[in-house]
Design a protein around this ligand. Structure first.
Ligand SMILES: O=P(O)(O)OC[C@@]1(O)O[C@H](CO)[C@@H](O)[C@@H]1O
Length: 304
């Protein structure tokens, strides 16, 4: 079975307007509510790709109930641990020029719930895939993903913030930083592809099998041991980036389960990410399929 874990889910409130004006009244042109958090987005995309999965994590309060109802309505299996407090609300303001995010504050998670989660994760088998996604609530140890990876036999994918990456890798089949997260992980500014290959290779040396770096409209790079692939972004009308990286992760898992080769894996991952960026919600399978033929992959032999 595939399990996604979102320790820090959110009710995402997406606001669309022409131009955000500071210190003034802004009238929305369109608003959307959705169940958010990186693992939850992966679950939704996987479901759209017809891959059954179970969403795990912590939820609480009315926002937590909203998330569970949302997933139930989509027919996505879930087994969240209900905790105290109120799951955060993340506001995403999209105007013609910028995307501004205001992330809420997540509740503290009692130790007893963390223990319950650990016990569940330690029961997974080597046929399972576990996706560890998103930020970590403030009161939880900052290497919890490493701890969970050590506890489980499942194959583990990690997609978390740049400052948490290095401490949480653990023989992962995939990590998926975006370019900003890679910069934060290495406390540097990355300006060329060769630097992406170099920094991604750090993780390969540490035992990660695949490093998928999303670079917005500059494309995406997949690095494996001795292999470097780059993809362009297919044409489409950009709506927003929310859940685009998470959709890439789902595209990778789909490819992994379907035994696709590296080139087709990168194509599928990029198609999923782009289709969601060209949509108000996580994309459906048909929109993904329409983009595949517009993605070209080149193999690079960088001199590192
Ligand atoms: O604060 P985190 O956990 O890093 O990211 C949370 C989040 O921004 O990521 C998703 C998009 O990837 C959104 O649904 C959600 O609001």
């Amino acid at each position: 079975m595939i399990y996604t874990l979102t320790l820090n889910p959110a009710l995402d409130y997406d606001i669309y307007l022409d131009k955000l004006a500071e210190n003034d009244l802004n009238l929305s042109k369109n608003v959307k509510f959705r169940a958010g958090g990186k693992g939850i987005n992966v679950s939704i995309m996987l479901k759209n790709l017809k891959k059954e999965n179970i969403a795990l994590g912590f939820v609480s309060g009315f926002t937590g109930d909203y998330i569970i109802n949302y997933l139930n309505n989509l027919g996505i299996k879930n087994d969240f641990i209900k905790t105290n407090g109120i799951t955060r609300i993340n506001v995403k303001i999209n105007d013609t020029y910028n995307e501004t995010e205001i992330s809420g504050i997540s509740p503290n998670i009692d130790e007893k719930y963390i223990e319950k989660l650990k016990s569940f994760i330690s029961g997974l088998s080597d046929n399972d895939i576990l996706i560890l996604s998103g930020s970590i609530p403030d009161n939880i140890e900052k290497n919890i993903y490493y701890t969970l990876s050590k506890l489980t036999k499942a194959k583990v994918i990690l997609d978390t913030r740049g400052n948490l990456l290095k401490d949480n890798i653990c023989n992962n089949i995939l990590i998926k930083p975006n370019i900003k997260e890679l910069e934060i992980a290495f406390n540097t500014k990355i300006i060329s592809d060769i630097e992406v290959y170099k920094y991604a290779s750090y993780f390969i040396e540490k035992g990660v099998e695949n490093v998928l770096v999303s670079m917005g409209n500059k494309g995406a790079i997949l690095v494996k041991k001795g292999k470097y692939l780059k993809a362009n972004i297919p044409c489409g009308k950009y709506i927003n980036s929310i859940g685009s990286g998470d959709s890439m992760v789902a595209g990778f898992i789909y490819s992994y389960l379907e035994n696709l080769n590296d080139v087709d894996t990168l194509k599928m991952s990029v198609a999923c990410g782009s289709a969601s960026a060209y949509s108000y919600e996580i994309a459906d399978f048909n929109s993904v399929k329409k983009l595949i033929d517009d993605i070209n992959i080149i193999e690079v032999k960088p001199n590192l």
